[in-house]
Ligand binder design. Structure first.
Ligand code: HMG
Ligand code: MG
Length: 312
């Protein structure tokens, strides 16, 4: 298998990155974040969630964020929609893609969306049908594909089963998500190979949280078996409110540095993403979790100081 030369990065910072923040992040900051990411060249930005505000209060202002962002033609602005209420709000907000999110683990499904896997698929059916009817792109996300915080091991067959059901719903793209970052490369390849027997490999993505520091290795392992779409979060923001202790997604800056260093193409301006990572970390008062972000910001600051010293 040759490694894909073009890799699509789905930036999930504005949604997955911010959803777990306790203090409300002002809509102004969310809008500025999406706009900066747009300018950096992303073709897909997960920008908001239309979920119950009682479950995830941080995402309650999704309609305002979607109304105020500056959209670039060619960039898809995606949102999470667990049910028809979410879907209707998403369409009213002009979402280009809706994301139905299920799990390969029964226990996580109950904790995250308050229903069994089978019930979740039944709930997604009208959402999927309505998305097709409205011509809105449909993505399916499968949490706990590499392990579950409640149930532990998740069999590969359980992931394959949900992929089949999401394929039958008509998903255009399916995310294999390592919600708690426990996967390691060999297992990741096993899962990716198994699911790609059921769903077109060029429409499968890897969504890796970096809790155990495995995410970059898992991306490389996925590339080796032909996966060409990855999710990442600027400055490594985030976590899932229903997966305690899980840290953010792999930092976008780190993924871009690795891919560009390998000579692969993303169409994204790494330096612009590093500046955006600095902006959002300062705006929400969090340390920047991107190693590449921190390294480049230090390098630029040192060079600027040296330049200033030379001018004296
Ligand atoms: P429920 O309580 O079983 O549903 O929640 P319900 O239908 O009984 O509704 C309860 C209340 O929520 C009602 O309001 C509804 O109107 C309202 P009330 O009558 O009590 O005032 N409601 C809504 N409000 C706004 N938008 C909606 C909506 N739906 C219901 N769409 C439900 C079921 C699915 C709604 C709930 O469990 C929920 O919203 N869960 C979302 C959890 C979530 O967002 N988790 C994080 C995202 S997933 C993730 O991060 C994983 C991912 O990154 C991949 C990975 O890493 O694994 C994608
Ligand atoms: Mg996630």
């Amino acid at each position: 298998m040759t490694i894909p030369q073009y890799v699509k990065i789905v930036e999930v910072g504005p949604r997955d990155g911010l959803q777990n923040e306790k203090a409300m992040v002002p809509a102004d900051v969310k809008v500025a974040l999406v706009n900066q990411l747009t300018d950096a060249g992303f073709v897909n930005i997960e920008s908001a969630s239309f979920v119950s505000p009682k479950w995830v209060p941080q995402m309650a202002d999704g309609a305002e964020v979607m109304a105020r962002i500056t959209r670039r033609p060619g960039t898809l602005y995606s949102v999470l929609t667990p049910n028809m209420k979410g879907f209707e709000a998403a369409v009213a907000a002009g979402a280009d893609e809706v994301v139905i999110f299920g799990a390969a683990s029964e226990a996580f499904s109950q904790k995250n969306i308050n229903c069994s896997i089978a019930e979740s698929i039944a709930r997604f059916e009208p959402v999927a049908a309505a998305a097709k009817e409205a011509g809105v792109r449909l993505r399916g996300s499968i949490s706990c594909s590499l392990g579950c915080p409640y149930q532990g091991e998740v069999p590969v067959s359980a992931v394959v089963d949900v992929v089949r059901r999401m394929r039958e719903l008509g998903c255009d793209e399916i995310d294999i998500a390592d919600t708690i970052g426990v996967g390691t490369p060999t297992r990741v390849q096993e899962v990716m190979r198994a699911v790609s027997a059921e769903f077109a490999i060029d429409r499968l993505s890897g969504h890796f949280h970096d809790t155990y520091g495995q995410a970059l290795s898992n991306i490389l392992a996925s590339l080796e078996v032909g996966i060409a779409i990855f999710h990442a979060s600027v400055a490594g923001l985030g976590g899932c409110p229903y997966a305690k202790g899980a840290t953010g997604n792999v930092a976008t800056e780190d993924v871009l540095y690795m891919l560009h260093g390998m000579g692969l193409h993303t169409g994204i301006d790494l330096e612009a993403v590093v500046r955006t990572g600095d902006f959002i970390s300062q705006a929400i008062g969090r340390p920047n979790s991107s190693r590449v972000g921190k390294a480049l910001l230090t390098k630029w600051a040192t060079a600027a100081e040296a330049g200033a010293a030379t001018c004296v």
